[in-house]
Design a protein around this ligand. Structure first.
Ligand SMILES: Nc1ncnc2c1ncn2[C@@H]1O[C@H](COP(=O)(O)OP(=O)(O)OP(=O)(O)O)[C@@H](O)[C@H]1O
Ligand SMILES: [Mg+2]
Length: 450
């Protein structure tokens, strides 16, 4: 049954409301001041708030009610305003600030109960709607590509551990799909109805770290002009995704460690201890064990994060995924740019399968986006593949980027072929002395006549 917070400085009114509402089967909570209203609302997360417009300060302006309303906005609980001195302007102002309805005191029982049940129903519908939206937004997740053996074993592991509450650390190079996997784990978990809150640790300034994660109360520090809900609270009953965890500065690591160890934290400016109810997923492209070795990352924090570790292989080790990924990106970008369907020709596919993909799937998606834009017929050909890290050889075939050593060896072999094994001629072609060429050939183990 729904819980309703009764916020009114008048004890008699709270009593009357509480009797009326509990006789209808609702649970009630009470708050007698502006401050306690905010605290109870934040901590107990009632389903609905009945809010008096005038607390002690003055009795008619409604300003206090409006101020509380503004502070309640971030926690997303429906609020019905009540006042003995209702005025249309005040009602409008209240509704603008996010109140969901307005009731005059003394109230009409039926009107009040109707409003309460209507607002609760509406809130449930909104939640459901949010759930649907999340499902819809999760459309890409259906398109999760995992054909390669490397991804198949991840798939198996994910199916096993997603439903548990185990902390998961996702490792992998940039663009390998860490963020997408985190969302996917959330959607496969028992918390799928709850929020998925993502925090990019690299984007939080050091001095705002605690406020961002744990929230703050108005006045907790100079710039704290409003209450702020922290990410741990936003992710309540859902999943908290800490992206780029490797960038968390050493001096801030104990603050994260504490909440992971004890499940407890405090909102800045409040002494009340909060209980975290989140499933934690973190991700990084950094080598955390190496960072531990160098004293840049706390070992105890790593142990908290890595209950389960999933390492996503770079795309170059997942050749089997390239074809289905390309198909998915082609259809996505054809839709985006209103193009009729195109396919990738065999030669283009084989170039993509041999390219080293330093930017992994994100890079592949950019390459396909450009190719779709450039395509004129119904096929994507090698000409439309603009690959950043490619050197072209004489015949214009794209070759994967290779090391300088490999290139040197390849050029020497080409020069030798062209000159039918005449070292002097080959050296001329390459612009080096005969002796220099001999030395290099020996280095690379290339046979030559002396
Ligand atoms: N298995 C997959 N199937 C389909 N699309 C994928 C898959 N993995 C990643 N993608 C797509 O590739 C792109 C990059 O993925 P994502 O942002 O999750 O990578 P990341 O590892 O988090 O990158 P970064 O390290 O830069 O944060 C996204 O567009 C994502 O939708
Ligand atoms: Mg990411």
């Amino acid at each position: 049954m729904a819980t309703i917070l009764l916020a009114d400085d008048d004890e008699d009114i709270r009593l009357a409301l509480s009797l009326l509402l509990s006789s209808e089967g609702y649970q009630t909570l009470e708050a007698d001041s502006a401050k306690s209203t905010i605290i109870v609302a934040n901590q107990q997360q009632p389903d609905l708030i009945l809010l008096d417009m005038n607390f002690s300060r003055d009795t008619t302006s409604g300003q206090e009610g409006l101020e509380i309303l503004a502070q309640l906005k971030s926690i997303n609980i429906p609020v019905i305003l009540m006042t003995a001195w209702s005025s249309v302007e005040l009602a409008v102002e209240g509704l603008k600030l996010g109140a969901t309805d307005f009731i005059e005191k003394p109230w009409n029982k039926h009107k009040l109960l109707n409003s309460v049940s209507a607002q609760l129903k509406l809130a449930t519908l909104k939640d459901e709607h949010k759930g649907y939206r999340q499902l819809l937004a999760g459309d890409d997740i259906k398109d999760w590509v995992c054909h390669s053996p490397a991804m198949q074993s991840i798939e198996q592991l994910v199916n096993q551990i997603a439903p548990t509450d185990a902390n998961i650390l996702i490792l992998g190079e940039n663009g390998t799909g860490k963020s997408l996997l985190a969302q996917r784990i959330h959607q496969l978990s028992s918390r799928q109805q709850g929020p998925f809150i993502s925090v990019n640790m690299a984007a939080i300034p050091d001095n705002l770290f605690e406020s961002e994660l744990f929230g703050h109360q108005k006045g907790a520090f100079t710039d704290a002009k409003q209450n702020r809900t922290g990410r741990f609270q936003l992710a309540n009953q859902g999943t908290l995704f800490l992206d780029e965890i490797g960038t968390l500065p050493l001096n801030l690591q104990p603050k994260l460690l504490r909440v992971l160890e004890t499940g407890q934290y405090e909102i800045l400016g409040s002494s009340q201890t909060q209980l975290a109810n989140v499933r934690l997923i973190s991700a990084t492209n950094a080598d955390l064990s190496q960072m531990v070795g160098k004293g840049e990352f706390r070992q105890d924090l790593l142990y908290r994060l890595n209950t389960m570790v999933i390492t996503i292989a770079p795309l170059s080790q997942r050749i089997e995924d390239i074809k289905p990924l390309v198909a998915q990106f082609i259809s996505q970008f054809c839709k985006k740019y209103n193009k009729t369907a195109v396919t990738l020709n065999q030669q283009a596919l084989s170039i993509l399968q041999n390219y080293p993909w330093p930017g992994n799937i994100r890079e592949l998606s950019h390459v396909i986006e450009r190719a779709v834009l450039l395509s004129t017929g119904d096929e994507i050909t090698p000409q439309q593949l603009i690959l950043d890290n490619v050197v072209k050889n004489e015949v214009g075939n794209a070759l994967p980027l290779q090391t300088l050593e490999q290139t040197e060896k390849q050029l020497i072999n080409q020069a030798m072929e062209k000159t039918d094994g005449q070292v002097i001629e080959a050296a001329k072609l390459l612009g080096i002395s005969r002796n220099a060429l001999y030395r290099r050939m020996e280095k690379h183990g290339i046979e030559h006549d002396t």
